[in-house]
Design a protein. Structure first.
Length: 397
């Protein structure tokens, strides 16, 4: 028996998943709502969605089985809580939440209800992460003792337009979103490989000096003036993780916005914008070709509201290291995105709900990807003081 999925948010990210879930053999119906009725109507017509709602509240009151949250990043925690309390399974784009108590409540509700919660962290399925998991499982790294994850995305390369699209006239208030509160593309990239979790953090933020009203405390909804930040973490096994969140940086983020480096006692992996290397004590192997995900058409009508500088991320194929065999055949030929991750994420959620299993990026894993950034931001506000990061443990078997 199939499931119905209600998508909340008719923005730039939703079309790809609307198409995938509509095609999925275990989804009976996809529904839609947005705070702007005209966007709901336009996207529903374009995507062939028959059932729409006037509000998120109306969606929660309906008989829809699951809710997929594609709204602005600071709203996810509250909306996920409301959906779980209404008895709905939840798929949420990143981050899980921006407050630690919201994360704790989501986990509590999942425990109480047995409902599925999944965060759609794209880096879990980046070719770099998949490749490094394979190498780690084969013992090629030896002991991993140090890793780095970067989310290097300059505001000039599409982010101004994205915030203007989502924020309206007051877009500058929200364009100042603290970089460390959007940590999962960097933190998750590392932890999806090592399987560890962060226990302590010390972070430093760089105050912005552009003077254009973004990252300006007098304007910012978040009282934030950090545009770049770096965090150093201690992991549960005694290893080290460093992450960077950069929004003012001379780097081609449209080529590769997330980068991974993993160092072990026997082997190491390093990634730049166009080059990726596997290294051990005998030499260096260029594995860049294994990371390649050929892009689809960037002039597709689904991308009409996406700045050209962002479109590369929204269109990709699969890489040589991806396991195509596990995906529904109905996904063949459908748009993918973010380094081949969309197909896997869409299928993971449906499989978890339909089969009553834990998705790979379940509530407990999502917390471990998100909480480090929340506490890193607090550390940066306190000048780099080391803070302990709470942990909710492993997911129940």
């Amino acid at each position: 028996m199939g499931i119905s999925i209600g998508v909340a948010g008719a923005g730039q990210f939703a079309p790809s998943f609307l198409r995938l879930w509509t095609a999925h053999p275990d989804v009976t119906e996809v529904r839609l709502t947005d705070v702007l009725p005209e966007r709901t109507a336009a996207m529903a017509a374009k995507q062939g969605v028959a059932v729409t709602y006037q509000s998120f509240e109306e969606m929660l009151e309906s008989d829809v089985d699951a809710v997929a949250i594609f709204t602005q990043r600071w709203l996810h925690g509250e909306m996920a809580i409301r959906a779980l309390e209404a008895g709905k399974h939840v798929y949420s784009t990143v981050p899980m939440a921006i407050q630690a108590d919201q994360i704790a409540r989501i986990i509590e509700l999942v425990k109480e209800t047995g409902l599925t919660y999944m965060m759609g962290e794209t880096s879990f399925y980046y070719p770099s992460s998949v490749y490094c998991r394979q190498r780690l499982a084969a013992g090629d790294f030896g002991r991993v003792f140090y890793s780095e994850g970067d989310y290097v995305h300059d505001m000039d390369l599409g982010f101004y337009a994205a915030y203007q699209y989502s924020g309206g006239e007051d877009w500058k208030k929200t364009a100042s979103f603290p970089p460390l509160l959007y940590p999962t593309h960097a933190v998750g990239n590392v932890l999806s490989v090592t399987g560890q979790h962060a226990t302590h953090v010390s972070a430093i933020g760089v105050k912005d000096d552009r003077g254009d009203g973004v990252f300006d405390k007098e304007i910012s909804q978040f009282d934030n003036d950090f545009s770049n930040a770096t965090a150093l973490f201690k992991l549960a096994d005694g290893g080290i993780m460093r992450t960077n969140e950069m929004r003012r940086v001379g780097y081609p983020s449209h080529i590769r916005e997330s980068r991974l480096r993993v160092f072990g006692t026997e082997g190491s992996f390093e990634q730049l914008a166009t080059t990726t290397l596997w290294q051990n004590k005998e030499g260096v192997e260029d594995v860049s070709h294994l990371m390649e995900t050929s892009a689809g058409a960037l002039d597709d009508e689904d991308l009409a509201n996406v700045d050209p500088a962002l479109r590369d991320a929204f269109r990709s194929g699969l890489s040589p290291v991806h396991d195509r065999s596990r995906l529904p055949s109905e996904f063949d030929g459908l748009h993918n995105g973010h380094e081949g991750s969309h197909h896997f994420l869409a299928d993971d959620f449906v499989r978890a709900v339909a089969d009553k299993t834990l998705p790979p990026i379940n509530a407990w894993v999502s917390a471990r990807y998100t909480l480090p950034g929340i506490y890193a931001h607090q550390s940066a506000l306190q000048g780099g003081v080391q803070l302990e990061i709470p942990d909710h443990g492993d997911a129940p078997l």
